[in-house]
Design a protein. Sequence first.
Length: 151
Amino acid sequence: MFPAIIISLLKGCHSPGETIRHIISGCGRLANGEYLHRHNQVAKIIHQQLALHYQLVEFEVPYYNYVPDPVLENGHITLYWDQSIITDRTIVANKPDIVVIVRQALRTIINITIPHDENLVKAEKDKQIKYFDLAHEVVDMHLRPIEKYYI
């Protein structure tokens, strides 16, 4: 049912049970490997669709083959992938998943989380808190509103 590597990782986590919830979103031993990979796969889909929408790439490739460029731009739009945002004051959480900068208009910060259904509200709130300072610093620096999306 589950790949052997995941089963062997779970056996070492000393969880009181190997529930589906635990396996898909609650095992600390899978957090930096399997969960991060799943998160990045979803983020790559969103990044590629934004790049296509803003005509920063010419054609779509399967998400599992897509390798996002850290920065894509065309003179009007800049699309960042997993890049630190430089601000006037030090912000600890300054590396959102995706940032869209539209010249002379809007800045968008997109951050992705892949929680279990029971943790959706908490996960969204955690992301809002984590990137609150960054969002406000960007507004203060550029005197323009931003849109924040927590997916």
